[in-house]
Design a protein around this ligand. Structure first.
Ligand SMILES: CC(C)(COP(=O)(O)OP(=O)(O)OC[C@H]1O[C@@H](n2cnc3c(N)ncnc32)[C@H](O)[C@@H]1OP(=O)(O)O)[C@@H](O)C(=O)NCCC(=O)NCCS
Length: 179
């Protein structure tokens, strides 16, 4: 079975009924929807003027066309069970080289790469049904299998509780916004 065919199935948490969606690793054919998700995510977070939606989508697609074949960006999509299936959400991970550093709270050195979780987005009609949780668990499973231990993200207000439940904790990162 190819990597892209691996599907993660999830029972509904409350009813334990058969899953109404499935998660799979994304490929090049998913780049347009992944780029749409990026614009939609910033729009829903109130951080993207409508005039920049199209430019952000195009710039993201162009970035992903380079980064995905190089293995520097991994992505997952959730699909409904319609025929043909529609994409209802997605999540991505950018793998970034880091300068070697001591491993936080453990012996040895962290040599990287570091994974930064990006582009977590679920269509409004599908929210609060565990889709983002399933996407994140698929991503974390792959990162664990690859031995990638340093995983960071910037949480939106909507996403914070989800990430906390998965074990993410606030860090000491600071940011300068030059004026
Ligand atoms: C943040 C976002 C990705 C979450 O997606 P989601 O699919 O709704 O997330 P989940 O369903 O896994 O979890 C959301 C909530 O639904 C709850 N939930 C999950 N399955 C449920 C179910 N079957 N029944 C009822 N509630 C459920 C979760 O417990 C969680 O509750 P909490 O936030 O009060 O702790 C989505 O709101 C979104 O796309 N927002 C806009 C973009 C954004 O902010 N992205 C994150 C960037 S960091």
């Amino acid at each position: 079975m190819s990597q892209h065919a691996v599907r993660f199935q999830h029972l509904d948490r409350d009813t334990m009924s058969p899953p109404t969606f499935a998660v799979r690793q994304a490929g090049a054919a998913d780049i347009p929807v992944l780029a749409q998700h990026r614009a939609a995510m910033f729009r829903d977070m109130g951080k993207l003027p409508s005039s920049l939606e199209e430019p952000l989508e195009q710039a993201t697609a162009s970035f992903l066309r380079e980064a995905m074949p190089r293995g520097e960006y991994l992505a997952w999509v959730a699909e409904d069970h319609e025929t043909p299936p529609s994409t209802i959400g997605g999540a991505g991970v950018q793998l970034r080289p880091i300068l070697p550093r001591p491993r936080d709270g453990a012996d040895g050195l962290e040599l990287g790469p570091e994974a930064i979780v990006l582009n977590v987005y679920v269509e409004p009609a599908w929210r609060r049904r565990g889709v983002a949780d399933a996407l994140m668990r698929a991503a974390l499973q792959t990162l664990t299998e690859r031995g990638i231990r340093r995983i960071v993200l910037h949480a939106s207000a909507d996403g914070r509780r989800l990430y906390e439940r998965l074990g993410f904790m606030p860090t000491n990162e600071m940011r300068l916004d030059p004026r």
